[in-house]
Design a protein around this ligand. Structure first.
Ligand SMILES: [Zn+2]
Length: 98
């Protein structure tokens, strides 16, 4: 069973940890989930509906998101120990700010 776990510690973004490509977006229920690509897209990529264009500003995470929702910009990261650890560090950072 696929899952999407919301990452709560990055603020108001709709960011999720996933085990595989979501069938529907958990935020807006859209099926337009695209494979994420970073950087300037080629014209062909820009019109390719199977892709999600991140743009040229990388995510502030150790790895880039794998997929994105073309309707609402929700982003999806593969659930890895590296991402889990990063989330923990962000959480600890915010707790230390209190
Ligand atoms: Zn969505």
């Amino acid at each position: 069973m696929a899952y999407a776990e919301k990452i709560e510690d990055f603020g108001n973004n709709n960011w999720y940890l996933i085990d595989r490509k979501p069938y529907r977006c958990p935020s807006c229920n859209s099926r337009h989930i695209g494979k994420a690509i970073l950087g300037y897209p080629t014209e062909e990529d820009f019109y390719d509906e199977s892709l999600f264009i991140i743009g040229c500003i990388p995510d502030p995470t150790p790895v880039q998101c794998k997929f994105g929702c073309r309707e609402c910009d929700s982003k999806f990261w593969k659930d890895t120990p590296k991402m889990r650890n990063h989330i923990k560090e962000v959480k600890e950072y915010w707790e230390n700010q209190k």
